[in-house]
Design a protein around this ligand. Sequence first.
Ligand code: SF4
Ligand SMILES: [Zn+2]
Length: 338
Amino acid sequence: MKVKIVDCQRKTHMAGETLEFQLSGVDNSFANGLRRVMLAEIPTLGIEAVTISQNTSVLADEMIAHRLGLVPLFSMKARRLNYARDCPCQGVGCEMCEIKGELHAECPANEHSVQVFVNESLVIDDPEVYPVSSEDRGIWLVTLARSQKLSLRIVIRKNIAKVHAKFMPVATVAMRYATDIVLNPEGFAKLDADKCTKWVERCPCGVFGYDSNTHQVTVRDAAACIFCRECVSTEPPFNNLPEPLVFVYRKKSKDDNYEFTFVVESTGVLPVMQIMYDAIKVLRDKLQRLSTGLSEDPNAGDRIQTRPIGGAPTAPVVPNEDGITRDGVEDNLAFVMS
Ligand code: SF4
Ligand SMILES: [Zn+2]
């Protein structure tokens, strides 16, 4: 098994970073496994406990604790912390498994109101850990009216999004097949300039370009393709063409696996490259554990009980006969203009 990052682009935006990369050399299940690990199994930090000693604001204690719990925290420190359940302190809490902080805010009697922002008011004992936000003043927690006070302590712990969604380091991880687009120049040679322009404009993603001087249609940005099939539509004026204009395939690597394009959007709690490295590490550790388990007991696989959902037998796999036997197309999900 080999994971190969073919192309890697990083874009920084207000709330975090976006990473786009190509993955090849792995099958669909591994690629989807990587996506799911990025979503749910990267350890990050979150506020786990809030002790409120004074709250005269209009928000109930529970609401303030809930709002604090959802604050994203920069989480590079998570790699060096223990999970509370695995810590030698047995979850009681120590400097190896938790970080503490506090927030004290008050609206003076001579002011109408004060907005309390987490980034300004929350003091965390570890300078490596801080709230992340796209706003300058950070996340707005509550507004205090004249003479109202808020005083609380927090405990930050490490966990993963399988336990609670607030630990998710990404806003989204999108995965799609990389495209292999083959144009048929002979088909375009039989179209006039007007029809070529119309055909190029049909693609909603700007994949194709047309040069009227050379009468050439080219693939400008194959990676932008979303497999919408617009370019192979046979609606007028592109019905009854003598030959196909384009073939759009899912791209395969030399080892016969499909290639994938990933788009990972971080919330800002971890650098997006770190999310990718951590996901690969988590997946590798899982496979290592499985391999070790099976090598200790080679017959373990035979004894694994399967559990049909709701008592129903598992549905048989039905091959797509129509797709497989389509003339001249070996890939059952590729489509051609006909
Ligand atoms: S399927 Fe064709 S029309 Fe649709 S995005 Fe891809 S290239 Fe463009
Ligand atoms: Zn501990």
